[in-house]
Design a protein around this ligand. Structure first.
Ligand SMILES: Cc1cc2nc3c(=O)[nH]c(=O)nc-3n(C[C@H](O)[C@H](O)[C@H](O)COP(=O)(O)OP(=O)(O)OC[C@H]3O[C@@H](n4cnc5c(N)ncnc54)[C@H](O)[C@@H]3O)c2cc1C
Length: 292
């Protein structure tokens, strides 16, 4: 199918973009890499009156590593650029293992960091990694700027905290603390497909060898990235062991993830995958934490 008719607007600056969004509000959609929006338009699932193309807004295309190791990523930075940025990988290694899981290189060449977050697909990897990293998102409108924790950004199925006149401008991530391990694994029918199940993990060890902090965040496990808080509570304060990881994995898979049946897999199978993946990511995160 062809998209419905729309007026194409191509601002050359952030100020101009925010002015257009203030003027057009809910009648406008912004276009980033187009990897999700163009199919949505072609299927006529969205029928905006105005399409505001961000590809001429160079101010949004950057990746900066600050002196304290924190990373600022502009919304229009391509996914592939983040995947290849070794400065970022040194500070936030979870992003290095996350980016290759997203679709295929051709899609990552066009797809943007901001587009992936704003699209808020519950099967998307980047929103999950952002929650696991306790990242922050910077939103701007003609009214000003606000910062939203990644955990509060996705609010429902493909629904975010963005107001109609707001633009997602930046992803901010702190450097990974020492003695912290990480991993992201998923199971998909073919590499590059949206995954049936997946989990990002971070594990920090205290000087006594006990787990001082744990994060487990799941994709395809509900309408938004799902944090397994009960499983993490089982882990925190304890000496890591296979038995402990198995108990946390069982809790996450049985009691916390909330997947749906679809044509490829039943919810029960996805719960089983979530449990198995949790055991694996915790084991890898532990190995990495010991040497980090
Ligand atoms: C075959 C295929 C397989 C894929 N597999 C995966 C996968 O496995 N995992 C995965 O995570 N993704 C996958 N994707 C999606 C891909 O990662 C997209 O690039 C991404 O979801 C959207 O990024 P984009 O830059 O293309 O955004 P667009 O498609 O341009 O926009 C997506 C949405 O976000 C909004 N938007 C974009 N930028 C902003 C902004 N700065 N502020 C506010 N709103 C904004 C748009 O208005 C639109 O509603 C796949 C896509 C395809 C075509």
């Amino acid at each position: 199918m062809k998209p419905p008719p729309f007026d194409y607007l191509a601002p050359g600056s952030l100020d101009e973009t925010l002015g257009l969004l203030a003027e057009k509000g809910g009648e406008a959609k912004v276009l980033a890499g187009g990897q999700s929006l163009v199919p949505v338009l072609n299927f006529r699932l969205a029928q905006p009156t105005f399409l505001v193309d961000l590809n001429g807004v160079d101010e949004l295309d950057y990746i900066e590593v600050e002196d304290d190791g924190s990373v600022r990523i502009g919304a229009m930075a391509r996914q592939r650029r983040l995947e290849l940025d070794t400065r970022v990988h040194g500070q936030v290694p979870l992003l290095a293992v996350t980016m290759p899981l997203i679709a295929h290189p051709q899609i990552r060449n066009r797809g943007t960091v901001g587009g992936s977050l704003a699209h808020a697909d519950p099967s998307g990897e980047l929103p999950v990694a952002a929650v696991a990293l306790e990242a922050e998102l910077v939103l701007r409108s003609h009214r000003g700027e606000r910062t939203v924790p990644a955990a509060d950004f996705c609010q429902g199925l493909m629904t975010t905290a963005l107001a109609e006149d707001e633009l997602l401008c930046e992803l901010r991530v702190r450097a990974t603390p020492r003695r912290t391990g990480w991993e992201f694994r998923e199971i998909a029918r073919r590499h590059g497909d949206y995954a049936h199940a997946g989990v990002a993990a971070r594990l920090t060890l205290g000087d006594d060898g006990k787990i001082s902090a744990a994060r487990l965040v799941y994709l395809s496990a509900g309408e938004v990235p799902m944090s397994a808080v009960r499983a993490c509570a089982i882990l925190e304060g304890e000496q890591p062991s296979e038995e402990l990881f198995a108990e946390a994995a069982l809790t996450a898979g049985r009691d916390e993830v909330d997947p749906s049946d679809d044509i490829h897999a039943t919810a029960a199978f996805k719960r089983h995958l979530a449990e198995a993946l949790t055991r694996r990511v915790l084991a890898t995160a532990l190995d990495r934490a010991k040497v980090a």
